[in-house]
Design a protein. Structure first.
Length: 120
């Protein structure tokens, strides 16, 4: 694990995803500023944050654990995006783009989780 978390494709894609979530949530209704928009942003930030924290740990077990947390944050974001889409806070096309991005990130995370074998 000699590489930096910044070298991980999962972290890079997660950072791009956070930027898209922030840009999208800026257009939410003002009364959602402390509601869904805030929750969505916090969960999105949790994805790259957990990847970075896990990679910085000293064991595969810890890295695996934090990748699981990143995956949990990602499904939280996906759920909140569906809610926002159902409330028509963005177009269906934009929703599809964000959910496709989340799905791609999920596949990358799953691959990384599978590659990091925790000790028994």
């Amino acid at each position: 694990m000699g590489q930096s978390y910044r070298d991980l494709i999962a972290w890079q894609k997660a950072m791009d995803f956070v930027m898209d979530v922030y840009r999208t949530s800026k257009a939410f209704p003002r009364d959602e500023l402390y509601g869904l928009a805030s929750q969505l942003r916090r969960a999105a930030v949790g994805v790259p944050t957990n990847i970075a924290e896990g990679q910085a740990r000293f064991s595969a077990n810890e890295f695996h654990y934090f990748l699981g947390r990143a995956r949990g944050s990602l499904v939280e974001v996906e759920t909140q995006l569906v809610i926002a889409q159902n409330l028509a806070y963005f177009t269906p096309e934009h929703g599809k783009h964000l959910l496709d991005q989340a799905a791609e990130l999920g596949k990358i995370l799953n691959g990384l989780i599978g590659a990091i074998r925790p000790a028994a």
